[in-house]
Design a protein around this ligand. Structure first.
Ligand code: FMN
Length: 196
């Protein structure tokens, strides 16, 4: 059965390469963190599609507590690259998007990180669908990183940087990676896995 699924996916990937529209599952399956980009700008159309997709995410009580800070300017991206030891690629990414949670917009207290995570994942999948490379860099809950970005970009104190997404065109290969783990699936009354 898995062979059939794989064959179907391969056919879809070929259709996409020929100019068709990427299937959702294909995008999920082949999304990878991409950290190297060409210098080509990300078009306004593509940025809009990514942001619209992010904003279509589910959120607690539909509170949509997100804000998105776009950085294209080289000096600003360099500043953003210093947010953590793992955000160096921001310097060379044509576009950096900082996904923030705005506590002033919360109506379901405490759920904003989950809302922002859903938005960030939608953003990454939309980027994949557009054949753009992207990587999610963690900011929240590391207070030091949050405070650095708040200060660097004069964010209001209620606007908490959640993730830093670097994005751009890429020559890197997108590949699928099988992470399916039947031993992580449980049903009914919990039974500890004897192999753990
Ligand atoms: C919450 C979170 C924080 C992450 N932070 C970073 C980061 O700071 N720098 C980085 O290069 N990758 C970061 N990543 C990307 C992960 O390293 C990556 O998703 C993981 O290795 C799996 O690889 P894949 O995305 O290609 O499937 C982060 C991912 C998540 C979800």
């Amino acid at each position: 059965m898995f062979a059939v699924v794989k064959e179907k996916l391969h056919a879809r990937a070929k259709a996409f390469a020929a100019g068709g529209i990427m299937d959702l599952y294909e995008a999920i399956d082949s999304r990878r963190s991409i950290r190297k980009y060409t210098e080509e700008e990300v078009s306004d159309r593509d940025v809009r599609i990514c942001l619209k997709s992010a904003m279509e995410a589910p959120s607690a009580r539909n509170e949509q507590p997100w804000q998105f800070l776009l950085l294209r300017d080289a000096a600003q991206r360099e500043m953003a690259s210093k947010a953590s030891p793992y955000t160096g690629m921001a310097k060379k990414a044509p576009l950096v998007i900082i996904v923030c949670g705005d506590l002033r917009l919360e109506t379901a207290p405490g759920f904003w990180p989950q809302d922002c995570a859903a938005a960030t994942q939608n953003l990454l999948l939309a980027a994949r669908g557009l054949n753009l490379g992207a990587v999610w860099c963690g900011i929240h809950p590391v207070q030091e990183r949050e405070e650095y970005l708040q200060k660097a970009f004069a964010l209001p104190k209620e606007v908490i940087p959640f993730a830093l997404v670097c994005m751009g065109h890429t020559t890197e290969k997108f590949h699928s990676q099988d992470r399916f783990r039947p031993d992580r699936i449980h049903e009914g009354i919990w039974q500890e896995n004897p192999h753990l």
